[in-house]
Design a protein around this ligand. Structure first.
Ligand code: COA
Length: 356
């Protein structure tokens, strides 16, 4: 029997059942690939929160979702095909539809799986950005005593600053610090009050895991470190926090670290990181992980000094057109040293300083 042509649709996000069908598909792909195909921004946009995005879908004759793609702010795109619908041209059709609508679209390949590399080769796409996932073991007592796990550095708060947990009154200060720390960052720097609020309401949010470095005099935030707890299988759907999710946490993510450029170079980031890791270890988690840009040498040095090492790389691909004038990320050709619009779940570090 001849294969029917692949029909790509551009459904409305509010379409009945689209969000649920995509979440199901993403869960199946996560289980098959051991890497989540969509990041937080994509899931929030799909749920009608966060920044607006366009959606592409391919449906099976039976009405199930065969493949899904999203074109978000900054021409950032993501594509996933259901495991049982692969190698039938669905991925190719989704990417081509998105490139037809937005030739500058860049695609995230979380985990840069062999299939994504194959698809990129087939399309003549080229890597334009690398996001590394770094990890370190956590643990207390016997594991630390054997020396198998590197000890956690102490949190030495720099003079003039205090470390404390987030309070609701910090919201505007936190948004302002984030904007200054990520001023030249394509995605992270755009966070509005609403973007933060949607995360404060997420089921994985734990107020004790959002650490704030505040000016001792004024009490205003000068930096913050946001952690996120995940269950053992690593899927976003099973993240765990005080807003409602229930599975036992096993891994802790250093989700965002931001330091006001006015306070850069004074050890605020180190203090936040040490305190954040101590918090995660105190929750009894097995490991901590974070995302950092592949070209952020200084941030990587900081993390490696804290015992982190690279376990995965996410690649962003662009159409293989001439490179002149293109910028990294959204994309700025600058080597500015802030991080990422995220790996599978989030993640950014920044203090607004130049990198390299
Ligand atoms: C990557 C992904 C979207 C491909 O979807 P798909 O519908 O199976 O891909 P297609 O059938 O359209 O494949 C088109 C071409 O890509 C290449 N390709 C696809 N899967 C491949 C694989 N597993 N190994 C090698 N090449 C592969 C081939 O050249 C293929 O053409 P061919 O089948 O004629 O040889 C899918 O595997 C997926 O959802 N992966 C998880 C999410 C992800 O990595 N997304 C990032 C996309 S950049």
């Amino acid at each position: 029997m001849p294969t029917p042509p692949i029909r790509v649709e551009w459904p409305d996000a509010a379409l009945d059942g689209l969000a649920a069908a995509v979440e199901r598909l993403a869960d199946q792909a996560t289980a098959a690939d051991k890497a989540a195909p969509l990041n937080d921004e994509a899931l929030f946009a799909l749920a009608g929160h966060g920044q607006p995005a366009a959606h592409v879908a391919v449906w099976e004759a039976a009405g199930t979702l065969a493949g899904y793609g999203q074109l978000g702010p900054g021409a950032s795109a993501q594509v996933v095909v259901a495991p049982e619908s692969r190698r039938r041209g669905v991925g190719l059709a989704l990417v081509q539809a998105i490139w037809e609508a937005e030739p500058a679209a860049e695609f995230w390949a979380f985990g840069n799986l062999p299939a994504a590399q194959g698809l990129a080769r087939r399309l003549g796409a080229r890597p334009v950005r690398e996001l590394l996932c770094l990890e370190r073991a956590l643990g207390t007592g016997p594991a630390l005593a054997t020396g198998a796990i590197p000890p956690l550095p102490a949190a030495e708060t720099p003079p003039g600053a205090v470390l404390r947990a987030f309070q609701p009154a910090d919201l505007d200060g936190l948004v302002a610090v984030n904007a200054r720390a990520f001023a030249r960052h394509p995605e992270q720097g755009r966070w509005t009050r609403a973007d933060v609020e949607v995360r404060l309401a997420a089921d994985w949010f734990d107020p004790a895991g959002l650490l704030v470095a505040a000016d001792e005099q004024t009490g205003s935030p000068v930096g913050f470190l946001w952690t996120k707890l995940h269950a053992a299988d690593g899927s976003d759907a099973s993240t765990v926090g005080s807003n409602g999710a229930t599975a036992a946490p096993a891994r802790g993510e250093v989700y965002v670290v931001a330091v006001d450029p006015a306070w850069a170079g004074q050890g605020v980031g180190r203090a936040l990181l040490a305190a954040g890791l101590a918090y995660l270890a105190g929750r009894g988690l097995r490991e901590a992980f974070l995302y950092v840009e592949g070209d952020q040498a200084r941030a990587q040095r900081l993390y490696r000094g804290f015992g982190f090492s690279a376990v995965r790389s996410d690649i962003r691909y662009a159409a293989g057109k001439p490179a002149e004038g293109r910028r990294r990320g959204d994309g700025g050709g600058s080597s500015h040293g802030t991080a990422a619009d995220t790996g599978a779940s989030g993640g950014a570090v920044g203090d607004g300083r130049e990198e390299r």
